[in-house]
Design a protein around this ligand. Structure first.
Ligand SMILES: *Cc1c(COP(=O)(O)O)cnc(C)c1O
Length: 353
């Protein structure tokens, strides 16, 4: 039995793997593989439509918010967002709470001015800044809602008078938020909602069409909206697996129900980290992520020993990011509580508790 704590691409529900595998061989009794049908056929059009509608339903989005499945991963959004929203002389406000935020800042600077309104870099990103000012004349505020590498998460979304844009790659649909309060949300699918190869973009259409620059066809959100997220050939299989995962999430009771389970899983692991003297947490307690639990051993010498012990017992993917060290257990939606219990028990036996 393998317990998969990988940070991304990461675990998906077993039923999703089964259905995806079956669809590769014979999609819906058509005698065709999902991999060999045209994206303009009614067969695939209904996949795209249902996937977009399920996102709207699960996130309770209003009619101003459009749902797109695009190529290029979350990293392409680092440039696509400012390209569509920021004039050369404009300023955008960015928060620097993880390496991902830093990368977003680098790309935004290619299109306009960036005001870094807060940063936790000095303390190796172990907390979420609280008191900072956001200029009213900035075009938008960009945040990374969950910081995958360092295990911090924004518990409260800043309330500002300008549009809020969020990279939700590692906590999308893992907790209830007022998603309509965001003007743009993007997320690589491979952490919570599907396989690698597609990213979800949710955009309030009213903020588009205001920049002066010419935008390449494939980069302009408006073109994708007009064509129902089928401007060119979409990553059909990745979208299909997202659809299966979204259906699964709905069956589980939706975002509110999965949030409850995510809280329970994280609480169990953090409790052991706090109670077991051989381990300690990395992020500041109040900002701890429900998705990526980062911790280390009190004695540096125990680190490689525990990693080997975990592997021997079928626990994979808990080595920390190469820039952060220690351990990172990712507890995404599809990870069962039983895997967390298993890891906690290993921590206990390792320390002889
Ligand atoms: C994983 C991740 C990314 C990068 O996603 P790609 O799809 O590989 O481009 C960006 N932001 C956050 C917060 C992430 O966790």
């Amino acid at each position: 039995m393998i317990h998969n704590f990988n940070a991304g691409p990461s675990i998906l529900p077993p039923s999703v793997f089964e259905k995806a595998a079956a669809a590769i061989l014979n999609y819906n009794d058509t005698g065709l593989s999902i991999l060999e049908i045209g994206h303009r056929t009614p067969l695939f059009k209904s996949v795209m439509e249902e996937a977009r509608n399920l996102v709207k339903e699960l996130m309770q989005l209003d009619d101003d918010h459009e749902v797109l499945f695009l190529h290029g991963g979350a990293s392409t959004q680092f440039m696509q967002v400012p390209m569509n929203l920021l004039n050369e002389k404009d300023t955008a406000a960015y928060t620097d709470t993880d390496v991902w935020g830093t990368k977003a800042i680098k790309e935004a600077r290619l299109f306009g001015n960036v005001d870094i309104v807060c940063s936790s870099k000095e303390s190796n990103y172990n907390f979420i800044p609280k008191d900072f000012a956001v200029p009213n004349d900035a075009k938008y505020l960009h945040i990374t809602t969950n910081n995958t590498i360092y295990g911090t998460q924004w518990k409260k979304i800043p309330r500002v008078s300008i549009p809020v844009i969020a990279d939700m790659s590692s906590d999308i649909m893992s907790r209830v938020l007022d998603f309509n309060a965001f003007d743009l949300i993007y997320a690589g699918a491979q952490k919570n909602i599907g396989p690698a190869g597609v990213n979800l973009v949710i955009v309030n259409k009213n903020i588009l069409g205001k920049v002066k620059r010419g935008i390449p066809t494939m980069m302009d959100y408006r073109n994708h909206i007009k064509e129902g997220s089928m401007l060119n050939t979409p990553p059909v299989f990745a979208v299909f697996v997202c659809l299966l995962t979204l259906r699964w999430l709905k069956e589980q009771g939706g975002v509110a129900a999965i949030e409850k389970r995510n809280i329970e899983k994280a609480a169990l692991l953090y409790r052991e980290i706090d109670d077991n003297p051989m381990f300690r947490g990395i992020a500041v307690t109040e900002d701890r992520s429900l998705m990526n639990v980062c911790f280390t051993t009190t004695d540096k010498n125990d680190e490689s020993k525990f990693l080997a012990y975990a592997l021997e017992n079928g626990v994979v993917g808990i080595a920390g990011h190469r820039t952060a060290g220690g351990f990172r257990a990712s507890l995404y939606n599809a990870l069962p509580l039983s895997s967390v219990t298993f890891l906690v028990n290993l921590m206990k036996t390792f320390s002889g508790r």
